[in-house]
Design a protein around this ligand. Structure first.
Ligand code: KIV
Length: 268
């Protein structure tokens, strides 16, 4: 049976929650056997579609991939990211778009980036029976802001704001939140100060769980990896080796071999 957002919420201060991203049926099928929660992240726009930022994701993409992940999983809680531009204008517009994502994918929850600034939106969604996962710290959709793509909370004022964000997300009714690229002592203090699970990505083992982009930890994505990514495999290399062997076999006519070739019915 599929886990619920209540199961995630009640895992606070227990065994750390295992979370990963998945965007496709084959990846969801494997991740589902190991994860408490799978995120259909808007990182798909970079990882799958080769875009420069997550700002290029849209509702249609999130729905298409969300459906694939739901259909290929039966255990994990599935959360779908609300893409850039789908929730910032007004809580009412956010609600309409969140309903579309939930109705068309069957996902368990949506994730939104932001803290105090989107508390009214989180409140409206959760009051409308749409479970919400928050996302504070480094916000990939804010790539163009001056404080954008770097470790968050090293300055005192930033650290105080992050604490306010965590509290705002909790009070607005989120069942959990992602905390990204926050130094260890602050991430630990924030985690201990809230009653909902804080899921870290670049935020230390003190969090209530961890999440990574699956393609990053498998060595299956292109470009520089952040410090917080541990390489659990080097699939780019494995695939490269396999394709290179295939090219050689084709050119030498050693593929297809006898066992890969159809014969006539009565051929000896
Ligand atoms: O889009 C995504 O993959 C994410 C993770 C980095 C948490 O938000």
């Amino acid at each position: 049976m599929r886990k619920t957002v209540q199961n995630i919420k009640s895992a606070k201060n227990k065994t750390p929650l295992v979370c990963l991203t998945a965007y496709t049926a084959p990846m969801a099928n494997i991740a589902d056997q190991h994860c408490d929660l799978i995120l259909v992240g808007d990182s798909l726009s970079m990882v799958l579609y080769g875009e420069n930022s997550t700002q290029n994701a849209n509702i249609e993409m999130m729905v298409r991939h969300g459906r694939a992940v739901i259909k290929s999983s039966k255990n994990a809680v599935i959360v779908v990211d609300m893409p850039f531009g789908s929730y910032e204008n007004s809580p009412e517009e956010a609600l309409k778009n969140a309903q579309t994502i939930i109705n068309e994918t069957g996902a368990c929850a949506v994730k939104l980036e932001g803290g105090e600034n989107i508390k009214d939106t989180i409140k409206l969604l959760t009051n409308s029976d749409i479970p919400v996962m928050g996302h504070i710290g480094l916000l990939p959709q804010s790539v163009n802001s001056p404080d954008g793509f770097k470790v968050q909370g090293r300055e005192q004022d930033q650290a105080e704001q992050l604490m306010k964000d965590a509290k705002a997300v909790e009070q607005a009714g989120a069942f959990s939140f992602v905390i990204e690229a926050v130094p260890e002592p602050l991430a630990a203090v924030i985690t201990a100060s809230v009653s909902i699970p804080a899921i870290g990505i670049g935020a230390s083992a003190a969090c209530d769980g961890q999440i990574l982009v699956t393609e990053d930890m498998l060595g299956l994505s292109v470009g520089r990896k952040p410090k917080f990514v541990k390489a659990y495999a080097d699939l780019n290399k494995n695939i490269d080796n396999a394709l290179s062997q295939y090219a050689k076999d084709v050119q030498e006519r050693s593929f297809p071999a006898e066992e890969n070739t159809y014969k006539n019915k009565n051929a000896a």
